[in-house]
Design a protein around this ligand. Structure first.
Ligand code: ATP
Length: 216
């Protein structure tokens, strides 16, 4: 089973840790604030009160065994930078760090964070997409250039099979799943699967191609 380390149990860290736990994963939540740790102990698999800049503590929890480590500390940039560096030094496989500003994000990236979250910025971008494209349900960034989008099919796609549509050749995107009204999601659509106007499509591709799709 995958296991995750979440350092910092503020609003962001707690919601991430709790959701991971609800999804059935093993989560160790760490905070130096005992009140937050005790509160989190009611819903997390494991919790520890500790200062995550303490190298002896980091050694004791075997950082390299976690599938991913989340540094959920935004306000204290020096601490977030220190913890990101220490996690890297202690063999963290994947580090996701929360940033407070573009400069903070740049520094974290240079220091080896694999993914940077700028919560307010990221949510703002997501909201803008949702507001101007009512047919977009969700947008997941998988790299700076690629995303997965959940959309209603453009009108001209309705009634066509995936084979006829040739979305990869014509639009530069792959349709990876189709959810129809009355059925469960079809996660293995084939060339003969026909798109209905009320379907919701899960589409993966380069951001430019996805943007083009949105404006159709
Ligand atoms: P929020 O997610 O609530 O917006 P934030 O981004 O403002 O939080 P902070 O409040 O600075 O971030 O820190 C989040 C949590 O990290 C706090 O609960 C704090 O106690 C904890 N924290 C800060 N420094 C350390 C540390 N060295 N070791 C462990 N936990 C720490």
């Amino acid at each position: 089973m995958k296991s995750f380390l979440v350092i910092g149990l503020g609003r962001f860290g707690r919601s991430c840790a709790r959701e991971l736990c609800d999804l059935g994963y093993d989560v160790l939540g760490v905070d130096q604030n005992l009140k937050l740790v005790n509160e989190a102990a009611t819903y997390l698999t494991h919790t520890v009160q500790a200062d995550a800049t303490d190298e002896d503590f980091l050694k004791s929890i075997s950082i390299k065994d976690f599938d991913a480590c989340v540094v959920a500390i935004g306000n204290n940039q020096e601490t977030s930078v220190m913890i990101t560096v220490l996690l890297k030094e202690h063999g963290a496989r994947t580090i996701v760090s929360k940033a407070q500003s573009d400069l903070h994000a740049k520094i974290l990236k240079k220091l080896g964070a694999d993914k940077i979250i700028l919560p307010e910025y990221d949510m703002g971008v997501k909201l803008a997409h949702t507001l101007c494209n009512t047919n977009i349900y969700d947008l997941i960034d998988i790299s700076p250039e690629h995303s997965i989008m959940s959309i209603k099919p453009p009108k001209e796609w309705a009634g066509k099979s995936l084979g006829e549509l040739s979305a990869r050749d014509k639009y530069g995107v792959n349709i990876i799943a189709i959810e129809s009204d009355e059925k469960e999601a079809n996660v293995f659509p084939t060339a003969s699967t026909v798109i209905n106007p009320n379907d919701t499509l899960l589409v993966i591709g380069g951001n430019e191609n996805l943007n083009r799709l949105q404006s159709m």
